[in-house]
Write a protein that binds this ligand. Structure first.
Ligand SMILES: C[S@@+](CC[C@H](N)C(=O)[O-])C[C@H]1O[C@@H](n2cnc3c(N)ncnc32)[C@H](O)[C@@H]1O
Length: 464
């Protein structure tokens, strides 16, 4: 039968694919439908038809899966921030566990992989310590402050509630929206590059109650903008945020000049340069962190403690002397390991993150760690030390064959691979197998409830 875009078909959703979309079959063809779960019977219209698969938009749920629950947030089916809020948390965990196993079997070609039971998050809402909200317009050109709608380049959803960060964060968003509308500061228009306001970025120290706020603009500023920024700071300081307090307010400007690369200029408007966070691991080790606005830090602090406890448990099964912490961000993993080994070397390309890492080492009186700023694939070859352990925590894309080759030349006895993408983790473990590294254990940790994302720590050992 010739299928057409827009054609509506009935589907029984059988399972979930990575990315959180439900999978049904139509005429032997695999069809992906967002917003559905196993057990749903739905009507969906084709949006893309390929030889081996199709994508369809959910039109109507004909019969709900008995497992479905009412999402807590009224925006959950449009905002794109939470893809699976309609699933009970237990079912979300089961889905993620299966995703990890499937990725290793299908992509990593490792059958019956040693995947431990996923560790769920104690908090399934209010867990995020950072959120970025965009200024813009909805489809009727009303002022909005919220999230970019998935699949729509220019429309921003006006978000007056969100259950992923704290209640204080929602208060800030709503107060800033009202203030900005009053001041008539124009949002940046992505369609033609005019206007000024880009985003509002809120970061929280979950264990310290400190908040850092960054307002990002373009260079095209309205008259009086800089004077009125002082009123913006007064507004923020006047908010009643319960136990939480704003300790730092930044104004960031995106500078784009024809012929030169885009850069960001940060100006501190109020308070301290950094906000602080504390982490305590299962073994009692604890560290204090000072975090700059642009530095990477794990978004779920409580689960990061669980993740790092797992990393330490795996890494310290053997005795190690020298450790490389690749893609080290603010140095958190290396700093926790430093206490237990002779020396740690971290590599990270984000300059702010390395500055934070160095400050954090000093703050915690850790002197057996050095950080190098730059690209792992370039800097790794300059290191002369022989590590017994290499920790890798790359972005979603994973690592390249070139990095794997270089790692294998160092011949560490163990590799701990931390990953936010099971597909690239499985692929890279398959490549590492070629170099004699066997997968010993994988521990999934749920850092991102209500979304399809899943973090893993994998331990690989070199066969003698
Ligand atoms: C998932 S984060 C890991 C951060 C850190 N391990 C932690 O737990 O806080 C990945 C980091 O890799 C950095 N990065 C991305 N590509 C890189 C590259 N080619 N070389 C060095 N660092 C890179 C990013 O800036 C980011 O800080």
């Amino acid at each position: 039968m010739q299928l057409k875009k827009g054609q509506i078909v009935e589907l029984d959703i059988e399972k979930l694919a990575f990315g959180g979309r439900g999978i049904g079959k139509f005429d032997g063809l695999t069809v992906f439908v967002a917003g559905t779960m196993p057990g749903d019977k739905v009507e969906a219209s084709f949006t893309k038809i390929k030889k081996n698969f199709a994508e369809a938009k959910l039109e109507k749920i004909v019969k709900e899966s008995p497992e479905r629950i009412e999402p807590r947030c009224k925006y959950s089916d449009i905002c794109g921030g939470c893809q699976i809020q309609f699933m009970p948390y237990e079912a979300q965990l089961e889905f993620k566990q299966q995703q990890v196993i499937d990725s290793f079997e299908r992509i990593g070609k490792i059958y019956d992989p040693p995947v431990e039971e996923i560790i769920g998050s104690e908090k399934s809402f209010y867990y995020r310590n950072k959120m970025e909200f965009s200024f813009g317009y909805d489809k009727d050109m009303n002022f909005t402050l919220g999230m970019h709608l998935p699949g729509r380049r220019f429309d921003i959803l006006n978000l007056d509630i969100c259950y992923l960060q704290s209640e204080a964060s929602v208060k800030i968003v709503n107060a800033v929206r009202e203030f900005v509308i009053g001041k008539k500061w124009p949002p940046f228009k992505y369609s033609n590059g005019t206007g000024c306001l880009r985003s509002l970025y809120i970061r929280e120290g979950k264990s310290t109650n400190e908040i850092l706020v960054t307002l990002t603009s373009s260079q095209d500023l309205p008259k009086n903008f800089e004077d009125e920024l002082q009123e913006f700071v007064v507004l923020l300081n006047g908010l009643d945020l319960g136990e939480q307090k704003i300790v730092s307010v930044y104004w960031s400007t995106i500078i784009s000049k024809r012929g030169s690369p885009r850069r960001i200029e940060d100006k501190l408007l109020f308070g301290s340069k950094t906000y602080s966070e504390k982490m305590v691991l299962d073994n009692g080790d604890e560290l204090d962190f000072e975090i700059l606005p642009q530095s990477f830090f794990q978004v779920n602090t409580a689960q990061a403690e669980v993740l790092y406890s797992q990393i330490l448990k795996m890494a310290l099964e053997q005795k190690h002397d020298i450790v490389f912490d690749l893609f080290c961000g603010t140095g958190t993993i290396g700093l926790f390991l430093a206490k237990h080994v002779d020396k740690v070397l971290g590599i990270e390309m984000n300059v702010d993150a390395v500055k934070s890492a160095q400050e954090n080492a000093k703050k915690n009186n850790i002197f057996n760690i050095d950080f190098y700023t730059g690209d792992v694939s370039k800097l790794l070859k300059n290191l002369r030390e022989r590590p017994s352990l290499i920790v890798i925590d790359p972005p979603r894309a994973g690592i390249t064959q070139k990095i794997i080759e270089k790692i294998s030349e160092f011949a560490p006895s163990q590799i701990v691979y931390v990953s936010c993408n099971p597909s690239t983790l499985a692929r890279d473990c398959d490549w590492l197998k070629e170099y004699g590294y066997k997968l010993k254990k994988v521990q999934p940790v749920d850092m991102f409830p209500q979304t399809y994302h899943i973090e893993n720590v994998a331990l690989l050992e070199r066969s003698a």
